[in-house]
Design a protein around this ligand. Sequence first.
Ligand SMILES: O=C(CO)COP(=O)(O)O
Ligand SMILES: O=C[C@H](O)COP(=O)(O)O
Ligand SMILES: [Zn+2]
Ligand SMILES: [Zn+2]
Length: 286
Amino acid sequence: MPLVPVSVLLREAAVEGYAVGAFNCSNLEIVQAIVAAAEAEKAPVIMQASQGAIKYAGVDYIAAMVRVAARGARVPVALHLDHGTSFDQVVRCLVAGFSSVMIDGSHLPLEQNIALTRRVVSAARPVGVSVEAELGRIGGVEDDIAVTDREAFFTDPEEARYFVEQTGVDSLAVAIGTAHGRYKGEPRLDFDRLTRIKELVPVPLVLHGASGVPDEAIREAIRRGVRKINIDTNIREAFVGAVRHKLDENPQEIDPRKILGPAREAAIEVIREKMRVFGCSGKVRG
Ligand SMILES: O=C(CO)COP(=O)(O)O
Ligand SMILES: O=C[C@H](O)COP(=O)(O)O
Ligand SMILES: [Zn+2]
Ligand SMILES: [Zn+2]
């Protein structure tokens, strides 16, 4: 199947009340693991490329791998730019054939975030590419936010309503207590805020930093309107854990396929588990 825009997948998710998994990829094995998991679970799926992935593999390699994976798949696949940094980067992704982009202007003053996001929407919409934006700041690797001023960076519901109205984005990433990377303690999500945002904002909401968030909290977030959930860290842990295990077992191994093959299998397992929690398993019929 050709790549589908994220907005199409999220629209169906909203009708049935589940969330679609968005999994980060930057190499062949993880691309293959994501599509294999989606096929095994009969789930729609989003593959996304972070800034680190683009630096590592390049936009064209990622687009080519994902296009091949999607072509042979019996489930719908989207390719999404994760935390896009500039208008130019978005254009490069549009040219490379991405079906969806995120523009992350969350570090900018509100009106500048609006202006940048609008510009991206006006370039992407005519070519059928959907746009995600971010309001509030999601902590972790991309931001140095101290725990004490965490809440000051949470998404303001009224501002979210205004932002979506002004920009016309297809989906919105919200800051409600999650962070990228590994959590030190258990994350506490501001569910009341999520509900308030959902009441005021007509587009699907996106949860970043979902690795390590307990399954029950994920389910609650979905009940309250989250429709796209980003997972990177949990895949890295499974993948690299398997590499480590293999090398401990056989330190003499020099065949990369014998090391990366089991890592790919470990990634498939963790992705399948997430899909079951997100409720997207079994949603592709036929
Ligand atoms: O939000 C993410 C990518 O945008 C990934 O979050 P994790 O680090 O929790 O996997
Ligand atoms: O955007 C969130 C990613 O998990 C960070 O990814 P990166 O290190 O590949 O840029
Ligand atoms: Zn951000
Ligand atoms: Zn993110």
